[in-house]
Design a protein around this ligand. Sequence first.
Ligand code: AMP
Length: 173
Amino acid sequence: MPHSSIDLIRDIPDFPTPGIVFKDITPVLADAAAFQSVITDMVAPYVGQGLTHVAGIEARGFILATAVADRLGLGFVPVRKPGKLPAATRSVSYELEYGTDVLELHADAVGPGDRVLVVDDVIATGGTAAAAIQLIEELGATVVGLSVYVELAFLAGASRLNGTPLSALVVYA
Ligand code: AMP
């Protein structure tokens, strides 16, 4: 059964570019009961898993990741676009449909022995999430899973995660 919040997800055609149907989750975030149930259900698989941190991917991932981290009683680490993080960073570049993009993480954000949950709002092709996972693993930490609110399964992003378990509340087949 689809998550009860699914009716609040709004399709915006041709945003940000022609041909993309953008899954706008702002109506979900604005609805107190829906937002609370999304966080409850994203957190559920990870209770008691010995996690140390929740990593969120800029920018919409931050919204969900900080709520998930707070609910699990864990610290939050930001995975950001280039040039935003003030201290020493590690970066990774990854392929987009046209060109490449870069993500950065503070080099001391996580390390060996840490067990990290990565959170984003949407997984599409999986390139962004795969890059975030790579960054965290390069720092010696273990990525326990990737938790997203929405999976666009027709883009097969899960297949790019090198076996990292994926959990999603709403899956568009
Ligand atoms: P990808 O790297 O292709 O998995 O793209 C994932 C990133 O782009 C996520 O951070 C999403 O927030 C965003 N994204 C990609 N496609 C969509 C979409 N159709 N609707 C909303 N966000 C999207």
